[in-house]
Every structure is written in C-alpha cells, then in structure tokens.
Design a protein around this ligand. Structure first.
Ligand SMILES: Cc1ncc(COP(=O)(O)O)c(C=O)c1O
Length: 410
C-alpha cells in the first residue's frame, strides 16, 4: 500500500471481498461507506480526513465520547501489569467494579455475573431467572431489541433478523410494551421472568407511562416472576441517571448492562442481581462461564466509565435540555417533515413523516458530517444518542446541518 491514504475506493479494492462483496456493495449503495480512521471526543474522522459528529455512538458504546482521556489512561495503566486474567480467579479490578455496580444499581441489586456482550448478558439473565424460579415461560415487550444470541434472538419481532435461524427457543411470548393490563392477563405462576427495556429503543423510542414499571413490579411480585431490565442502551447515563430504571424508582430482580459499560474501549457486560437469584447454584458457582468475561483490564475501564458517567451527568442533563430546544425548534420550522420529538433523558427520537423521510434525513445528515441512526424496526424514527461530553459548539453544528438537511427534504 505504501504511504497512500486508505481511501474508500482502495479499501473496497483491497479488502472488500473479505467482508462479503454483497455487504460492502449494499453499504456503498446506501451511501454509508465510512472507513474509520481516528476517534476523538464527539468526533469520528475517516481515513480521507472527513470529520463526523457522532450522535449515534453505536447506541451508547461511546457514550463518553471517543477515547475519553481518563479511560484511555486507566486502560494504559492497567496494561502495565494486567491482561484478561482468568474466569476462575478474582482480582482487585473485578472487586472494585462489582462494588461500584452494587453502589450505583437500584436497591438490593448487588451481586454481579460478568459477560462480554449485551446479547450474552441477556441470555445469562434469562437462564438465571429460569434457574431461580424453576419455571420456563418468558414474557417480553413486543418490538424490543435484546440481541442476537439464542434467548435474546427469540425475543426479536418476526422478520428477516430471525426467521432464517428458526426454530428458536420455546416458551417465550411477546406482550404489548407499556400495557400493564395485557401483562396482567398474560402473567401467571408459570412465568419465570418479564424482560423489558426501560425505553423501547429500537422501535419508537418511547418511554412507558409513569405507572407502568411500578405496575409491572407489583405483577411480578404477585406471581413470583423475576423482572429483568435490559439496560444495554438505557444504562450508563443514557436516560439521565446512571441506570435508566431509576427514573421510575423501581427495583428489578436482574439488570443487564453492556455497550457504554465498555467505556468504548473494551468489550464488557454484566448482569447485576438480587443475591437470592444465585441460591439455586448451590455449591457450583461455575454454571455460567465465559472465557473473556471480565478481563481485569476491562473491569478497570468499566469502573472508570461508571465513575465518569456519574461525574458528567449533571452537566450532560443540562446539555440535553439545550439539544431538546434545538430539536423542538426544528420540528416547529419543518412541521411537514418532523411530526414529533420525544426525549427521555439523553435519548431522543423523532417522528418523521414516513420511512422515506427518515432515510432521507439520516443520509442528509451523514453527507453533511453527522452520524445518527434510525430504529431498525421503524425507519421513520431517527434517534440521537449524544455523548455525555457534548458541548454547545457541537449542538450548534448539529442544528445548522440538520436544518440544511431538512430544508433539502422539505
Ligand atoms: C437493548 C439492547 N439489548 C441488548 C443488545 C445486544 O447487545 P450486543 O450487541 O452487545 O450483543 C442491544 C444491542 O444493540 C440492545 O440495544
């Protein structure tokens, strides 16, 4: 390659076929081929020097921005003496992370089992609920997104994401998200767990009514079912609290975290739970194992990510108000395109006229150097996951580019 810059063209020519030609061609056709060069705070730079304001952040993986200096420093320090470590042994890094999770998690949630990805952690939580209750039925909100491993994929709405992999796992049932009366009809002494996201992030970005989660908690208690909250997206500050479910002051039995928990640097996930969940393990604590789970380096990064999140949240919430004002202003000026703005903490969802408008708006933003994403189950709903470090200059940059993109659409 010599010193020539790795342009998109050169990338496709040289490496394209190793990713599946169809995949690369599809992304090219959609107009989203980006060869990542460098990440810096709220920005991503491609290998051709173009700067992108990242308001997707992979749904929160980079919620602290790209390569947050405190986290990079913590990781570099950790690497002086530590590596993955062993799934069998303990360490101070793992101890401090578990302690930090217990300190920040709701109520009596204080025992942690480690995992690597969000999907894996969701699977573990469901197995734990089945093991703890001796029951099999899993009720989950419809149109959720919980990942692509066995149990998690079984909760995916029917369609191209899952149909080709069927048959999946028995005894799962979708209930209408946000509807306590439907859950009341469905839940029974057969139910092992109810699995819900605090906000239905991959469909309409909608938070349920204030009385929904308290009602779900009461129904789970009345029937002896476990409440699992999937905080893979809504945790780590996204809803304006470290853990999203704190908005409703409801204590789940198990809480799943991933994405932002990684600090954007090292894959790490976790299930945090009430201590009694694990009683059924008896004297075999290794019914759940995962070779990469909770590397010592990853544990240090994740603990620092929680601490930074706590530190940044007050200012981030104020920044969130200013970003909301910009979105409401855009909605007022482009009513034919934007029909509504929803905000829960630092998660924003826009109701656009239709799916074509959603696709056009996101591509328009991308072409102007702003990365945002639509709900994969609802392309008319673009979402913003701003990093907690966003500043006024970037809000102004977004406002200008969004206005331009909307103007072109309208
Ligand atoms: C709410 C939610 N749960 C679970 C997952 C799965 O996480 P991962 O992609 O790390 O497996 C995702 C991924 O986007 C998610 O949005």
């Amino acid at each position: 390659m010599g010193d020539a810059p790795l342009t998109r063209e050169r990338f496709v020519e040289r490496y394209g076929r190793f990713f599946g030609t169809q995949r690369i061609e599809t992304i090219q056709k959609l107009g989203y081929l980006l060869i990542e060069g460098r990440g810096e705070g709220p920005y991503l730079f491609d290998t051709e020097g173009q700067r992108f304001l990242d308001l997707w952040n992979v749904g929160g993986v980079n919620s602290l921005g790209h390569r947050h200096p405190a986290l990079v420093h913590a990781m570099q320090e950790a690497l002086r003496s530590e590596d993955f470590g062993s799934l069998f042994f303990f360490s101070e890094a793992k101890g401090r992370l578990a302690e930090t999770l217990a300190r920040t998690a709701p109520g009596r949630l204080e025992v942690t089992y480690p995992a690597v990805t969000g999907s894996e952690a969701v699977d573990q939580a469901i197995k734990l609920a089945r093991g703890a209750t001796g029951r099999t039925e899993i009720l989950h909100g419809d149109h959720g997104y919980h990942g692509v491993t066995g149990f998690a994929l079984t909760m995916m709405a029917p369609g191209e994401m899952r149909d080709w992999a069927e048959p999946l796992i028995p005894d799962f049932r979708a209930v209408p998200y946000g509807d306590a009366a439907s859950l009341r009809d469905a839940i029974s002494e057969r139910t092992a767990a109810v699995v819900l996201e605090p906000v239905r992030t991959d469909y309409d970005g909608r938070a349920p009514d204030p009385d929904y989660f308290p009602a779900v908690r009461r129904l789970c208690d009345a029937h002896g079912a476990k409440l699992i909250v999937d905080e893979v997206v809504t945790g780590m500050g996204r809803l304006g609290h470290v853990w999203g479910i704190d908005r409703w002051q409801v204590e789940p039995d198990l809480l799943v975290t991933a994405k932002g928990f990684s600090g954007g640097l090292f894959p790490v996930a976790a299930v945090v739970m009430r201590p009694e969940i694990l009683e059924f393990f008896g004297d075999n604590p290794y019914r759940i194992i995962s070779s990469y789970a909770w590397s010592n380096v990853g544990a240090t990064v994740a603990r620092r990510a929680i601490e930074e999140t706590e530190k940044l949240l007050p200012e981030a919430n104020a920044m969130g108000d200013r970003l909301e004002a910009v979105l409401l202003d855009l909605a007022a000026r482009f009513p034919s395109v934007i029909h509504g703005v929803r905000r829960t903490g630092l998660l924003y969802a826009l109701d656009l006229r239709d799916e074509m408008a959603g696709i056009g708006f996101l591509l328009g933003l991308f072409q102007r150097g702003v990365i945002a994403v639509a709900s994969s189950q609802n392309l008319a709903v673009p979402k913003l996951y701003p990093p907690l470090i966003l500043e006024d200059a970037q809000i102004a940059e977004f406002a200008e580019k969004a206005e331009d993109a909307l103007g072109a659409l309208a």
